[in-house]
Design a protein around this ligand. Structure first.
Ligand SMILES: [Zn+2]
Length: 160
């Protein structure tokens, strides 16, 4: 598979010393996150707090261990599942939180998803409303999708 080959290739690069790595990986902020910043580690993923909190009490990102830009659907599903699991713990202080589509991602070349609470006083609240997002309701245990310009009303039944 092309994706596997790619991730293997990049892995061997990112595993090398900084001096020997390619420019793309060497300057990638996600590849450079130190182990001390990692909150949780999974087989293929790492969870970390974002560098900029933008006024949120908690703001997380889950990213692939390898410097890959795109992933197959199964991997994306796995990432969302892990982020939802971790988020239910880290965002337990709030009713609702969301996972954002990467339309405003600052590192588009390394697959990741950001999640934060939905604090209306946060610096990026206006941007959040312009970002397609999956909203997780901790109290009701429901998921809903929200798109720019609409209210989060459509519940996406997630029963598997
Ligand atoms: Zn990277």
């Amino acid at each position: 598979m092309e994706i596997l080959a790619l991730s293997w290739d990049k892995h061997s690069i990112s595993g090398a010393t900084i001096a020997g790595s390619t420019q793309a990986v060497g300057f990638c902020p996600l590849c450079r996150i130190s182990q001390g910043e990692v909150l949780a580690e999974f087989q293929r993923w790492k969870l970390a707090r974002t560098k900029t909190m933008k006024g949120h009490r908690e703001r997380l990102m889950l990213f692939h261990k390898d410097h890959v830009k795109t992933l197959d659907e199964g991997s994306i599903g796995e990432a969302y599942l892990l982020l939802m699991k971790a988020g239910s713990k880290f965002f337990s202080y709030t009713d609702k939180w969301a996972i954002f589509e990467p339309v405003y991602a600052t590192v588009p070349d390394h697959w990741h998803r950001v999640a934060s609470d939905l604090d209306k006083n946060a610096e990026d609240h206006a941007q959040i409303l312009k970002t397609p997002r999956m909203i997780i309701d901790n109290c009701q245990g429901t998921l809903s999708r929200a798109y720019p310009g609409d209210e989060p009303v459509e519940p996406a039944a997630k029963s598997r």
